[in-house]
Structure formats: structure tokens, C-alpha cells
Ligand binder design. Structure first.
Ligand SMILES: O=C(O)CCC(=O)C(=O)O
Length: 327
């Protein structure tokens, strides 16, 4: 039974008052996250803007990124069509125990809340899209039939944007242009795609789509639909991120925070839901391969500024983060 069809919100989805979006969101029309044009400015200025956004907020939007808008529309269409399939069709792709990839939802009645934990108002699917050796097509929807072709095409373009951003971020940290990408895993960096599906919610003031977190990736490249809902924390206040047509939203994740030795901050973010409209987002998490060791760059951890993070395998980092064990 689908909870999102009900008119009253069950208590599992009602967050404590000191977290509820209706109470904790700051409505500041003057607040904007940086929107950076990747095409129409010289490299020096681009690198400076990326450095500012990554150290001050940990999130920015990029426009003129090179991904054709009709391809993004197709990506959105096939994703939406998958989530509009009957529940039993989506469950053919359900996650297996211990697996990251596959379909999951917290919106079915049978889904019990874990001891005292509140639930997000969302469903999702995860599957890797790059490199080809990491792709397991079992988790890619077969309906609609163009899902695979569209996602393969999107991944090729996204890879180019990912490489560009690694280069500018690397330069912005005072590293050689190839160093950051190499530090994350070079050509073995894994691109894990997710679709978040947030149906209308009877009490958006009390619930979250996804609760507050930082991404454990190096960085995340996200395309939203036109329903706002992403919020970021800055100076302990929660702000809305504007919807910018044709933009990709870039999140700095934990691995870049670690490699930069804290110069760049992984952005703390969460999502709200709408009373009338379905929000959908398409993040892709760019992460090191599981055995790859990540730690602060020696150039950025000096005697005056010693390393404040441990170096460890990404799989060990992920295990601690998922099990709430100190790193
Ligand atoms: O939907 C969004 O805008 C953000 C999603 C997100 O933070 C996540 O899936 O981890």
C-alpha cells in the first residue's frame, strides 16, 4: 500500500520540531548559490569562482556545461516513466541485502521504521553508469525500453563534465590539473547514478524527502526537475537552492573535503517535498573505487597546516559512515 496516496501523514515521517523544514528554513530572497558559466569566461576566473564556491558553500550550479538539453529532457522522461510503473514492476529491481544498487522506497506500508528513526518521503533507484567495467545492467530498468540508451549517452557527456570539474578544482587547490582526479582514482572513478522520486506530501512543513547529510562521494553532479526542494546549510541556517533551468548542481563531497585537508567543505544538505507536485532529482555520485586510499594531499597538509583527516580505503570510509562509526 502506497502511503503517498493518503491525506494524513503517518507519524514515522514527522521530524522533531527543531528539525522540521517549516520551522528551520530561512526565507532569504538575497541568498543565492553561485551559478558558474563553464563556457564563457577565461580559465583563471573560472578557477577563482570555483575556489570561492567550494570553500564558502561547498555547492554551486554550472551552466553551459556541454550536455545537450534534449538529452537531459530524455533522461528525465525515462526516469519519470520508470517511477510511474506499477509498484510490482519497480520491485523487480529491488536492492538485495547489502547492495547499494537497485530500487528502494520508504513509502510502502510494510516498510517498518528502524527503531525510533524518522523516514524520508521518497523512493529511489541506484545503479552505476561508469566505468563500463563497473556497470551491472541487472539494476538498470528495462522499461521504458530507451532507458539504457539514454543513460549510456548521458554518462558519456557527464564524464566529460566530471573531468573538466576535476581539472578546475585541482587548479583551484594549487595542484597540477590532473592531480585531483588521480587522487580520487583516475579512470577508475565510479559514477553511481541515483534517481530520487518525491511524490506530493500532505504536510511538507513536517517531513523531509532526504534528511540532512553530506555525500561520501568526491563530488556529486545533480540534475533536478523544476520543483524546488534542495536546501543547504550555511552558518547553521538552512537555505533553499533556486531552480536554474539547464543547470547542473555540483556538491562537494566528503572525499574532496578530506583531500583538500578541509580547505573545501562537503556541503550539508537535505530535501523538502511539495504538497502538490512531484519532485524528481538525478544525482550522480563520483567516488573512488572501493580499495582506493584517499587522504589529504601532502601539498595541502604541511607543518603549519597539519593533516586533520586520516588516509583510508574508500570502502572503510563508507563502512564507518554508513554505520555511524567515527572515522
Ligand atoms: O534531490 C536532491 O536535490 C538531493 C538528493 C540527495 O541529497 C541525495 O540523494 O543524497
Amino acid at each position: 500500500m502506497d502511503i503517498s496516496k493518503e491525506t494524513i501523514i503517518p507519524s514515522d515521517y514527522i521530524w522533531p520540531e527543531n528539525e522540521q523544514p517549516g520551522i528551520t528554513t530561512v526565507h532569504d530572497p538575497g541568498f543565492r548559490v553561485p551559478v558558474i558559466d563553464l563556457e564563457n569566461q577565461d580559465e583563471e576566473r573560472l578557477v577563482k569562482l570555483i575556489a570561492e564556491a567550494s570553500s564558502e558553500i561547498g555547492l554551486f550550479q554550472v551552466i553551459n556545461h556541454g550536455i545537450p538539453s534534449d538529452l537531459v529532457e530524455k533522461l528525465q522522461r525515462v526516469g519519470k516513466e520508470f517511477f510511474e510503473l506499477p509498484q510490482h514492476e519497480k520491485e523487480k529491481y529491488s536492492k538485495l541485502p547489502g547492495s547499494v544498487e537497485g530500487y528502494g522506497t520508504t513509502l510502502q506500508k510494510e516498510d517498518e521504521a528502524k527503531q525510533g528513526l524518522k523516514k524520508g518521503w521518497s523512493s529511489h533507484i541506484f545503479h552505476k553508469i561508469w566505468p563500463p567495467s563497473a556497470v551491472d545492467l541487472t539494476f538498470w530498468p528495462k522499461t521504458p525500453s530507451s532507458y539504457r540508451e539514454v543513460n549510456e549517452e548521458y554518462s558519456k557527456y557527464l564524464k566529460i563534465v566530471g573531468d573538466k570539474l576535476f581539472k578546475y578544482l585541482s587548479l583551484s587547490l594549487g595542484l597540477e590539473e590532473h592531480e585531483l582526479k588521480k587522487g580520487v582514482g583516475g579512470d577508475d572513478i565510479e559514477y553511481l547514478a541515483k534517481i530520487n522520486y518525491y511524490p506530493p506530501c500532505p504536510r511538507p512543513d513536517l517531513a523531509f524527502g532526504v534528511p540532512a547529510h553530506t555525500d561520501m562521494s568526491a563530488m556529486t553532479l545533480l540534475v533536478p526537475n523544476d520543483v524546488p526542494g534542495l536546501q543547504i546549510s550555511k552558518d547553521d541556517r538552512w537555505y533553499n537552492v533556486d531552480y536554474v533551468p539547464n543547470a547542473i548542481i555540483i556538491h562537494i563531497g566528503d572525499q574532496i573535503e578530506i583531500m583538500s585537508n578541509g580547505k573545501y567543505k562537503a556541503v550539508l544538505h537535505r530535501t523538502t517535498v511539495s504538497k502538490e507536485r512531484t519532485r524528481i532529482s538525478w544525482p550522480v555520485f563520483l567516488s573512488p573505487p572501493s580499495e582506493h586510499i584517499v587522504g589529504p594531499f601532502s601539498k595541502l597538509a604541511t607543518n603549519e597546516n597539519p593533516a586533520i583527516y586520516k588516509s583510508k580505503k574508500f570502502c572503510d570510509y563508507a563502512y564507518c559512515k554508513l554505520n555511524k562509526i567515527p572515522q
